[in-house]
Design a protein around this ligand. Structure first.
Ligand code: HSE
Length: 309
């Protein structure tokens, strides 16, 4: 029996302007998983700690993601999965993505890496499809590739890893209310005006140019969402106040993390990230809601091995 224990990171999808196409990987929050190859064929989830999630393979995002990988691999393999959830479901920082991406990454590693991280994205997307009804790749791609990623195209799938300036630090607040991705996708309009599209794709290009030029002002100017944020932000308590105090404290920009309710602020340097965290803490303390705040540099590696057993 061969086993591996991994860290499966949280991720921030969309990054304001890039709905379903942009995302980045965090370092200080993530799940742990232990995946083992066994002699007896079949996929078995033997333990889930920290969340009330189904143990049945076909109902669990990690299970269906591995099923997709094995269907392509074409061999009857025996696999057991233990999941130690630290990322809460419905938090907006890629909880289902961490499980899906972590599962396929670990199995791929145990099989001697027959697939590239880019190829693993399509298997992990099956987990996202089960979780939200939509196979979006903007959380699983940064979890698998690390850093910032772009889904250039869904059909055919074309995933690009982007440059990540080392000075960037995320502050993320997670208000402890659950917003299901499927619900927050249902408030989105499916048609937009050309004017808004022009505004938005200017920002997508600006953000990517800003990352490559390490132009922090350009990164900040581009963190703007004229399409999704106005519709979704009403689901998030104190959204506008959090954005305002983040800007006051020097954040480059801020917005909804994935489908919410988490809010991210991207900062230059740890000191600003800490100041932003303190200011957001003060805003949320007054609401009486429970919340977590995470501060993290961008994790340029993605999933990490904790132990090979
Ligand atoms: N792009 C997805 C959405 C991310 O916004 O619905 C979900 O985390």
């Amino acid at each position: 029996m061969k086993s591996i224990k991994i860290f499966a990171p949280a991720t921030v999808a969309n990054l304001s302007c890039g709905f379903d196409v942009l995302g980045c990987c965090l370092d200080t929050i993530g799940d742990e998983m232990v995946i083992s190859l066994t002699e007896k064929p079949g996929i078995k989830i033997t333990k889930i700690d920290g969340a009330d999630l189904p143990l049945e393979t076909h109902k669990n995002v990690a299970g269906v993601a591995i099923e997709a990988l094995l269907a392509a691999y074409g061999k009857d393999i025996g696999i057991t999965i233990e999941i130690y959830k630290k990322i809460k479901a419905g938090s907006g920082i890629g909880s289902s993505a961490a499980s899906s991406a972590g599962a396929v990454w670990a199995v791929n590693h145990l099989l001697g890496t027959p697939y590239t991280p880019q190829e693993l994205v399509k298997f992990a997307m099956e987990g996202e499809k089960l979780a939200s009804g939509n196979a979006h790749a903007d959380n699983v791609a940064p979890a698998l590739l690390g850093g910032f990623t772009l889904v250039r195209s869904y059909d055919p799938l074309d995933i690009i890893k982007l440059h990540s300036p080392t000075d960037l630090v995320m502050t993320v607040i997670h208000p402890q209310i659950e917003v299901k991705t499927s619900d927050s996708r249902s408030v989105i309009k499916h048609k937009i005006t050309l004017k808004k599209a022009i505004h938005q794709w200017g920002n997508v290009g600006g953000l990517i140019a800003g990352l490559y030029k390490e132009d922090y002002d350009l990164i900040g100017r581009s963190l703007e969402d004229v399409i999704i944020e106005p519709l979704r932000s009403i689901l998030i308590p104190e959204f506008d106040t959090v954005k305002a105090v983040a800007t006051e404290q020097g954040a480059l920009g801020s917005g909804i993390s994935g489908s919410g309710p988490s809010i991210f602020a991207l900062n230059r340097g740890l000191e600003t990230a800490n100041n932003v965290a303190d200011a957001i803490h003060e805003v949320y303390r007054k609401t009486g809601l429970d919340f977590d705040i995470h501060i993290s540099r961008i994790n340029n590696k993605g999933i990490k091995i904790i132990e090979e057993i």
